[in-house]
Design a protein around this ligand. Structure first.
Ligand SMILES: [Zn+2]
Length: 94
């Protein structure tokens, strides 16, 4: 129990230090510029036109009670969003 409390305090102290650092660098112009850059990238990914896609699939072995299946999905190469998915259930069991 005592050991756990020590651990808790150690993590708590690290988090307080981390918070203090975050507050310090939040005022830095370079850090603010980096944040704006990240936001712009994030906005572009949010509005991604999904120009390049790839088709992926994963086979799932069934079990004694479940049939095997193959999941196929189309994913955007840039933002990784899944645009469509299809699960084909096979005739056999695992
Ligand atoms: Zn996309």
């Amino acid at each position: 129990m005592n050991h756990n409390k020590k651990y808790f305090r150690a993590v708590d102290k690290l988090q307080a230090l981390e918070q203090a650092w975050m507050e310090k660098i939040a005022k830095d112009p370079d850090f603010r510029a980096l944040q704006r850059l990240r936001q712009k990238t994030q906005d572009m990914l949010t509005n991604c036109p999904h120009e390049e896609t790839t088709v992926k699939n994963q086979y799932r072995e069934g079990s004694y009670l479940d049939r095997a299946s193959t999941e196929t999905w189309t994913e955007c190469v840039l933002c990784r969003r899944v645009l469509s998915e299809h699960i084909e259930t096979h005739d056999w069991y695992g």
